[in-house]
Design a protein around this ligand. Sequence first.
Ligand SMILES: Nc1nc2c(c(=O)[nH]1)N=C([C@H](O)[C@H](O)COP(=O)(O)OP(=O)(O)OP(=O)(O)O)CN2
Ligand SMILES: [Zn+2]
Length: 135
Amino acid sequence: MAGSWGSSCATERVGYITRVQSFSACHRLHSIHLSNEENKKVYGKCNNPNGHGHNYKVEVTVRGKVSSGTSDVIMTQLDHKNLDKDVPYFDTVVSTTENLAVYIWINMVKLLPPNLLYEIKIHETDKNIVVYRGE
Ligand SMILES: Nc1nc2c(c(=O)[nH]1)N=C([C@H](O)[C@H](O)COP(=O)(O)OP(=O)(O)OP(=O)(O)O)CN2
Ligand SMILES: [Zn+2]
């Protein structure tokens, strides 16, 4: 049910609520479909063999009340993990921020009523921000 924002008239106003969750994780940008040389060329320093870390900030926007269970998708699965080694989804998918947004969307949408989840926005760094709306 869409959130009603103090609507006194017959029609309900649709509002959006965003909850913010931060987590820390490490990763390495490396595609199984590229050679080591091609990976180094494409991903540069982000392909360094021992990886690097981020303090990710995730903004989850829904069209209504947020149930507490949804933050487990982020914190339990991702916080203080190595995305490439601890999260099976990234065994064959490069752990870019856009793929991380899809991962969070796929796992969060299962926990919510239909059409409630509106947007996942992830700040990987101050300059690297991704928005995904399930398209
Ligand atoms: N398509 C994508 N390309 C890259 C992503 C991504 O998520 N999607 N991510 C990275 C690395 O994870 C990298 O750590 C991103 O940040 P980085 O380049 O280190 O830092 P900034 O962009 O904030 O700052 P610069 O000073 O411009 O490096 C790379 N590619
Ligand atoms: Zn990175």
